[in-house]
Design a protein around this ligand. Structure first.
Ligand code: GLY
Ligand code: MN
Ligand code: MN
Length: 461
């Protein structure tokens, strides 16, 4: 029996209340997205989007396949070696897909394929053709269109393919063929669409946030001196996978002690020692949507005086930033708020010296807080969407999702500060949805006050 592998429903068994929920983007929503994109396309145009290529990990073994976010956003199709084509004015239907053909032997080795027929039936394509025939068929679909939309420069091999299709039309101009005259960037409008999350997207992201928050709780409970960083990573990944999120949205960071000061530390190989903090930045991917959480906590369950002072400063910077997240405020306001709180606090603690406004103007905080407050969050962890519009910071609007992740990192070799501060690295990161009236923190399930963390780690949860 042929089992259709695409568009399987994700059944998520929540360990907290054992409810059974189905969270998935429906074909209706994929269709609505295509319609919205096509309504924006110039007259007499065609859009071409390739699936993500498969990538070799070693010799004949591949990385686990992950579909390209733009391609998936418009189709819900999971298979590689596919090309999505949208032609708003095409007489026989606007939505065309090229994909692998059914192949009993290949499917036995590599897994199910929908095949062109299945793509029409299951995904609602108006026409679907074998990918092996694309060089013969696609030039005919491009021919006569004035404009081609595609993401130039993203995939060199695909750029060459598009050019070869266009050149094959140019070679026939003397027989009356009409090659396109314009190439337009598809990303800009598409990425703007992706910035505004629908109700279903928000539900999925909330669930991804909940699963990830539970994973952080598990790591806090499992942590004690002598445990290794990779063991906490294993707990985190296990919690993701057992809840239907097989993959992390990015490589998990588990950094104990000085390693917490390395922003993208992913070796995760060291032992954790009493007296140190451990910084964990980990989030799952659910139905192609990312969560992104960071928590920092004491390996032995109790913050010391300096750790507590810097931790509470980071937390108040995060709170100040979250208060600025509401419709009408611009993208940079939360960052500015966090910079002010952190600089003020570092001044009060003697890690910076001088005049507050001057320190901010001179960006002296960057020695300790060298990244920005956050980024858009969605199908990609560092999601698409412009941060500035017309040279001005973007105004926040309901439906946008972002992270809020201030940090303070005192380099282990910073001899400008007293030794008691050195090697403390802290980041606190949550995922926030902008709502009509303000914002919703989607990852609040992971404790972050000193009292809540210490109580949880002491077993008083
Ligand atoms: N985990 C990557 C980030 O926080 O941006
Ligand atoms: Mn993160
Ligand atoms: Mn982040």
């Amino acid at each position: 029996m042929h089992k259709v592998a695409n568009r399987t429903l994700s059944c998520i068994n929540s360990p907290s209340h054992m409810e059974y929920s189905v969270l998935t983007i429906t074909n209706k929503e994929f269709a609505r997205r295509r319609k919205q994109l096509m309504a924006h396309m110039e007259p007499n145009s065609i859009a071409i989007l390739p699936a993500a290529p498969e990538r070799t990990r070693s010799r004949d073994t591949e990385y686990l396949y992950r579909q390209d976010s733009d391609f998936y956003y418009l189709s819900g199709f999971l298979e590689p070696e596919s090309v999505l084509v949208l032609i708003p004015e095409r007489e026989h239907g606007a939505y065309v897909m090229f994909c692998r053909e059914r192949d009993r032997e290949r499917e036995t080795w590599d897994g199910y394929r929908l095949g062109p027929e299945g793509v029409c039936k299951n995904l609602g394509a108006n026409d679907a053709f074998p990918i092996d025939d694309i060089d013969e068929i696609l030039p005919g679909l491009i021919e006569g269109r004035e404009r081609v939309y595609y993401a130039m420069g993203k995939d060199t091999d695909f750029d060459h393919q598009v050019m070869s299709w266009v050149n094959s039309i140019r070679a026939k101009v003397r027989s009356g063929a009409h090659p396109p005259g314009e190439f337009l960037d598809l990303d800009h409008y598409l990425h703007d669409m992706r910035l505004y999350k629908s109700a279903t997207e928000v539900s999925i992201m909330r669930k991804a946030g909940e699963i990830s928050a539970n994973a952080h709780i598990r790591a806090m409970k499992a942590c004690k001196p002598g445990v290794f960083e990779y063991q906490l990573e294993a707990d985190i990944l296990h919690e993701f996978a057992r809840n239907g999120a097989r993959n992390p949205a990015y490589n998990s960071i588990v950094g104990g002690g000085d390693n917490g000061c390395i922003l993208h530390y992913v070796e995760n190989r060291n032992e954790l020692y009493s007296g140190d903090l451990v910084l964990i930045d980990a989030g799952c991917e659910l139905e192609h949507y990312a969560a992104d959480i960071t928590r920092t906590f004491p390996v032995n369950g109790k913050f010391n005086k300096e750790q507590k002072a810097l931790y509470e400063l980071t937390l108040s910077a995060q709170q100040a930033a979250i208060e600025k997240i509401k419709p009408g405020n611009h993208w940079n306001e939360p960052h500015e708020a966090s910079v002010r709180v952190i600089t003020e606090g570092l001044l009060a603690l003697g890690l910076l010296n001088g005049d507050l406004d001057q320190l901010i103007e001179d960006e002296k905080y960057k020695e300790f807080y060298m990244h920005r407050i956050g980024h858009w969050l969605g199908m990609d962890v560092h999601d698409v969407g412009d941060y500035k519009v017309g040279g001005e910071w973007r105004v926040l609007e309901p439906g946008m999702c972002m992270t809020v992740e201030p940090g303070i990192y005192v380099a282990p070799d910073n001899i400008q500060v007293e030794s008691k501060w050195r090697g403390i690295g802290i980041r606190i990161e949550d995922d926030v949805l902008i709502t009509d009236s303000g914002c919703e923190v989607m990852t609040s399930g992971a404790p972050k006050t000193v009292d809540d963390i210490e109580a949880l780690m002491a077993g008083h949860d």
